[in-house]
Design a binder for this molecule. Structure first.
Ligand code: NAD
Length: 347
């Protein structure tokens, strides 16, 4: 396996493999771009079946962080780390400390944070051997989802202005796919703003409970794409916008928290052809990252964090305006705007 010929290699600045015989650590850290600042990105611990799969994941995720940080106006680059291990069986303090030492060798060019398979306690263990750890929260809440939901809510308001030419959410119908941590917070913001909700979740108890609280309708997870709504908000899993779903949607706007919503990049064009305004996911769902970035600052203030997150609306204004001018999907416009912000000499 060669790095430079890898399909997910995209001018990554540095990729390191780390091994520690005593703890069994097998890890890869990818720094995609550090032009705007140190590369912040989570540590994923996953039993990848092959090293090839781990490398593909870390390269893709690191690149995504560069784009997300750039459009969230953060002084950060993009990076990611993976440990090839089953977090339930193979995670140990020794393994995490060895990972911390590996992170430390990068001298702060990579800053780690929680991701799937790692939690706040793991970050504390790693922080014992390196100071390049983020997300050690002041309030011990350990939950970025209220911040992510606030960002998605602001993104939705902006998308409604551009896609539906409406300044208010009152009376608009929104279908939310997935009412977990982010989806439930988003639903409460929308309810408070006067929107009418249609909810779907594979967790039938959770969705029933929330629907009662917010006087919302419920649809099955299989049918939610057909809901007669103005806005579709994917807040469950990635790759939801495939060629079937793109044909079925009745909504005029798509905006949600899920990562990597487009099953293939071409789906953005299909939505555009159908007159559906797609909101680039990594712009809309950056609220949690913005809050983690603020945790690193001495002047952390809740209202400053919320104001920074609300700026997502301004970034999207620019993206939607450019997309409208160029008569194309906002997805490639967001990518280009991010690239202008993290590539010296590109503008
Ligand atoms: P979560 O696990 O708390 O909620 C996901 C919900 O989706 C669950 O209630 C689950 O039952 C439901 N679900 C799963 N499959 C479904 C299906 N087929 N149909 C309907 N519902 C289904 O996760 P979360 O933290 O709320 O995150 C939601 C999405 O947003 C994820 O894609 C996540 O990667 C992304 N995201 C989250 C954050 C954050 O701050 N939590 C930040 C950025 C992106």
């Amino acid at each position: 396996m060669t790095l430079f010929a890898h399909p997910d290699f995209d001018h990554h600045e540095q990729v390191i493999h780390g091994h520690d015989r005593a703890s069994g650590l097998q890890a890869i850290i990818a720094l995609h771009n550090t032009y705007r600042g140190p590369a912040l990105g989570g540590l994923r611990i996953h039993p990848y079946p092959t090293e090839e799969r781990a490398l593909a994941d870390v390269l893709r995720l690191a690149r995504g962080m560069t784009y997300k940080s750039a459009l969230a106006d953060l002084p950060l680059g993009g990076g990611k780390a993976v440990i090839i291990a089953d977090p339930r069986r193979q995670k140990s303090p020794q393994l995490l400390e060895a990972m911390g030492r590996l992170i430390d060798t990068l001298g702060g060019r990579y800053i780690t944070a929680e991701d799937s398979g790692s939690n706040e306690q793991d970050m504390k263990t790693i922080a014992a051997v390196t100071r390049h750890v983020s997300g050690l929260r002041r309030d011990d809440s350990g939950d970025p989802s209220p911040f992510t939901a606030w960002g998605v809510f602001n993104a939705l308001r902006c998308a409604v202005r551009h896609g539906l030419e409406r300044d208010t959410l009152t009376g608009l119908r929104v279908a939310i796919q997935g009412v977990g941590s982010v989806g439930a917070h988003l639903a409460r913001h929308l309810h408070a703003a006067g929107a009418k909700l249609v909810l779907a979740d594979v967790d039938t108890q959770a969705v029933k409970h929330l629907a009662n609280e917010l006087h919302a309708d419920v649809m099955s997870p299989l049918d939610i794409f057909d809901a007669q709504v103005d806005i579709f908000a994917p807040c469950a899993m990635g790759a939801v916008l495939d060629k079937h779903v793109c044909e079925r949607l009745k909504a005029s706007v798509v905006v949600g928290a899920a990562n990597n919503q487009l099953a293939m990049p071409e789906m953005a064009d299909r939505l555009h052809q159908r007159g559906i305004l797609y909101t680039p996911d990594y712009v809309a769902n950056a609220g949690g990252l913005i809050e983690v970035a603020w945790q690193r600052r001495k002047d952390y203030r809740h209202d400053s964090v919320m104001a920074h997150i609300a700026n997502i609306e301004r970034t999207l204004d620019e993206i939607f305006d450019r997309a409208s001018h160029e008569q194309c999907s906002p997805a490639p416009i967001a990518d280009r705007l991010a690239e202008e912000r993290f590539s010296p000499g590109v503008a």
